[in-house]
Design a protein around this ligand. Sequence first.
Ligand SMILES: Nc1ncnc2c1ncn2[C@@H]1O[C@H](COP(=O)(O)OP(=O)(O)OP(=O)(O)O)[C@@H](O)[C@H]1O
Length: 266
Amino acid sequence: MKGILTMQEKPLIEFQHVSKTYDNGTIGLNDINLSIPQGEFLVIVGLSGAGKSTLMRTINRMHEISSGDLIVDGESVVHLEGKDLRRLRRSIGMIFQNFNLVKRASVQRNVLSGRVGYYGTWKSTLGLFSKADKQKAIEALQRVGLGEKLYSRADELSGGQQQRVAIARAFMQDPKIILADEPIASLDPLTTESVMNDLKRLNQEFHITVIVNLHSVSLARRFADRIIGLRGGELVYDEPIDKVTEKDLDAIYQPVSLVKESEAQA
Ligand SMILES: Nc1ncnc2c1ncn2[C@@H]1O[C@H](COP(=O)(O)OP(=O)(O)OP(=O)(O)O)[C@@H](O)[C@H]1O
């Protein structure tokens, strides 16, 4: 197993023997070791329940790990609290399958909310955003081709447009990392294409590290720099895109019962 991290590059994200057991005893992650360099477009694949969301959500501490250590930008994030945790979360944009927009608010308000981490509580509660941030919101929307939708209500937009607003919101955070948890699961093929292209552009133009959970193997192959595969909470695959084969991907998607059977026969 090898990623595309070279000896010279310092990883931006490092999982060191990370395990996660949920309160009900379910194992989410089991002894994950993984280094992700800055600027990588990493796609996580695996069967439903393999641990893809869990892995992603430990990075911004939406889920706590049970053991091991998780380093982001040179610092262990496991014990961060208060303003240090807010600083971490500000540097990580998140894209969800269901967009997570405030549906009754304007597109502008949704995009500006990406800046909230840079303001004190009272200013952000009152929506007192600076002129510079309002201008930044316009530019972020233009970047995803929705400049003319600034004053529309979020729920007037199509699913694909809403996801692109979510991408603009993430971009407003000036993130080092974007985590996209099945960003295209609710979209048709055409909008899927534009959402994936938006993510790729942010990755290439701004060197933002993008980590995406995908069920589509063909999209993973087209957009990833590197693909990792999870099964039963374990990292079972890690290859740069030029080494990825169809056969490898088929194996990742084999039901766990079949894998156990073939291991028993070996
Ligand atoms: N809050 C929770 N409490 C208990 N178990 C959980 C919780 N969240 C996830 N799990 C379990 O942890 C395992 C990994 O789940 P996770 O959502 O990370 O998988 P996934 O690969 O993202 O799946 P999918 O593709 O269906 O989203 C699964 O067995 C799941 O049922």
